[in-house]
Design a protein around this ligand. Structure first.
Ligand SMILES: C[S@@+](CC[C@H](N)C(=O)[O-])C[C@H]1O[C@@H](n2cnc3c(N)ncnc32)[C@H](O)[C@@H]1O
Length: 220
């Protein structure tokens, strides 16, 4: 079996990405309710979390303030520098934070059926193997458990935006810690064998090449 992680992951590039993400993108993980993506999409999605929650690719903890107070949240993040920012946020939140672990979605260090909810926001764009991550998510969810997701995705394949995404993708991926602009993540989730999948496509208030988004819930 392929192993994830290792010393190569401790690079200066990871540290740089963590600082840029924390400082400029998530704005120190503080929810910005003036942002329609936060107010109209992220907050209502995360309000559906129940019971034992696993968030993969938790970044610097931008989702933490949105989990309902009765949830117990375990956070998984491969970038040790983001994990450090994330730990700073724990005291401020309503949910109970069980802990934060360094780890990858492709190899979840948890037992079968351990979680009621798994969350990934803007993560499947960056993982190395989407199918394997989805198989792992299904494995750790209990029967009836929910996978809540929010992702930026590829534009329709005949559109000008898709051409722009393909041109920009190599540079974007190099600068963005492996993030891809051209993934049809909705189709991959639909094909992953969940019992039901609800997906809504919409345009987020970002530049056109990162504007196509999906949000949804998949049930095992
Ligand atoms: C764009 S950030 C999003 C962070 C956070 N989920 C949010 O919504 O602000 C992408 C995150 O995915 C993480 N990531 C990348 N590859 C991953 C993998 N194979 N498994 C789990 N997380 C991964 C990155 O370290 C980073 O924290």
């Amino acid at each position: 079996m392929k192993r994830y992680g290792g010393t190569g992951e401790m690079s200066l590039r990871k540290r740089w990405f963590a600082w840029v993400y924390h400082t400029f993108v998530s704005r120190t993980g503080t929810p910005d309710f003036a942002n329609t993506l936060t107010r109209e999409v992220r907050a209502p999605l995360l309000a559906q979390a129940r019971g034992q929650v696993l968030e993969i690719g938790a970044g610097d903890g931008a989702n933490l303030p949105f989990y309902p107070s009765q949830t117990q949240v375990t956070l998984l993040e491969p970038n040790r520098y983001l994990l450090a920012y994330l730990r700073d946020r724990w005291p401020d939140v309503r949910c109970t934070v069980i802990g934060g672990l360094r780890g990858w979605g492709e190899q979840l260090p948890f037992a079968e059926g351990q979680f009621d909810t798994v969350v990934a926001t803007h993560v499947l764009c960056s993982v190395r193997d989407q199918e394997q991550v989805l198989a792992e998510i299904k494995r750790v969810l209990c029967p009836g458990g929910k996978f809540l997701f929010l992702e930026h995705v590829a534009a329709p394949s005949r559109s000008l935006t898709f051409v722009v995404q393909r041109v920009l993708n190599p540079a974007w991926s190099a600068l963005g810690d492996g993030c891809h602009l051209t993934r049809d993540t909705g189709a991959t989730i639909r094909a992953a064998g969940f019992r039901s999948v609800e997906v809504r496509s919409f345009r987020a208030p970002y530049p056109s090449f990162v504007s196509p988004h999906i949000v949804g819930v998949a049930v095992v």
